[in-house]
Design a protein around this ligand. Structure first.
Ligand code: FAD
Length: 322
């Protein structure tokens, strides 16, 4: 019997987040041929999102378009999602391992009486089962999990699953009516986002990060220049945030954001385990540190022993020429 797989799409600033496509790709890896895939997308003025999604989903796209859904609100979004899920009876629900995905997943799992698996980085299907891999102990170990029964709720770490080219899939778009009960009217009027630049840190392909070695707020300027040339984002260690050199929105690590870019450039960062928890899965790690014994060099694919205030501007100049 075919099973129903559902992805909860994520929209930010009127754009579909890349992690939604990665979640759809994950479903492709986990499902059987005859299983169906549906997407649920909530927001305001999102007809273009539904069109975009229809290129990746071969089943149904449930669109709930209302001004109260413009900004994420756990109570309101969950109340809508559970109504849509009632019509779909899903075998599995996939979300991004993002702030809202992490918020919604346990609520959905409790509602469906499902098992939940968070922060999945890869999926492998054998003849008899689907194995989900996720990191443990701040990325020092990995575990593989299988579901033996019941519905499943899974969050996917951004930037880990490659998205295949657009297929010729054309989904059926279903408009879901929503009239919010007075008790659930939204009180969010605006979202003021603290970001380090134009590129979202968790979705950036290149991240240039600064640590205590950056020494001041001004010390981040050469890092921002390098990130701009590479179309990347700027991150930071907690020590740099604690020292007031940058905003906590930029913190990467165990108590900050988790990033998995193609290239991570660590500048003046020693490589404490709590920092590695947020970036050790990056494809290529480049460390710039004046201490040749800095632990970050044990993890780095490329290491530059030197003063970051000399090395970073040199890199920026070289990349400008490229
Ligand atoms: P340091 O360890 O002080 O390293 C600075 C580095 O800069 C040194 O290696 C030095 O050689 C180099 N340097 C100095 N000047 C230059 C220069 N001019 N050029 C090149 N190199 C230079 N940390 C995080 O980052 N993220 C977290 O989420 C996080 N969570 C934590 C949670 C808990 C519960 C705890 C206890 C700690 C946490 N920490 C976290 C803190 C973590 O333990 C480290 O203290 C922190 O990561 C160190 O930051 P750093 O590497 O920037 O600073």
């Amino acid at each position: 019997m075919s099973k129903s797989y559902v992805v909860i799409a994520e929209v930010r600033d009127g754009k579909l987040r890349q992690v939604t496509l990665e979640a759809l790709q994950s479903i492709g890896l986990a499902k059987e041929h005859e299983d169906t895939v549906a997407a649920v997308v909530l927001g305001h003025q999102i007809s273009n999102i539904a069109e975009q999604l229809s290129q990746y989903v071969s089943g149904q796209i449930h669109v709930v378009d209302h001004k109260d859904l413009e900004f994420y609100n756990a109570e309101i979004h969950f109340s809508v999602i559970k109504e849509v899920l009632d019509t779909l009876s899903p075998h599995a629900v996939f979300l991004g391992h993002t702030a809202s995905g992490r918020d919604l997943a346990p609520m959905i799992a409790a509602y469906l009486n499902a098992g939940q698996l968070s922060d999945v980085i890869s999926i492998e299907k054998t003849e008899s089962e689907v194995r989900y891999t996720r990191p443990l102990y701040a990325g020092k170990a990995f575990e593989q999990k299988i579901f033996t029964e019941g519905p499943q709720v899974i969050t996917i770490r951004p930037n880990n699953i490659a998205v295949a080219n657009i297929s010729d899939a054309q989904a059926e778009i279903i408009t879901v009516e929503y009239s919010p009960p007075l008790s659930l009217r939204t009180i969010v009027r605006d979202v003021i986002r603290k970001t380090s630049g134009k590129v979202d840190l968790t979705e950036a392909k290149i991240v240039v990060s600064g640590g205590r070695g950056v020494k001041s707020m001004d010390g981040f300027k050469p890092l921002q220049e390098l990130a701009d040339v590479l179309n990347g984002a700027v991150g930071a260690s907690r020590a740099a945030c604690d020292a007031g050199y940058c905003d906590y929105a930029m913190q990467i690590g165990q108590t900050g954001k988790v990033v998995t870019p193609e290239i991570y450039i660590a500048c003046g960062i020693s490589g404490a385990i709590q920092h590695l928890a947020g970036m050790s899965q990056s494809r290529i790690i480049i460390a710039i540190n004046k201490d040749p014994e800095a632990p970050i060099f044990k993890l780095a694919d490329y290491g530059i022993v030197g003063d970051l205030f000399v090395v970073v501007p040199l890199l920026t100049e070289e990349f400008k020429k490229a």
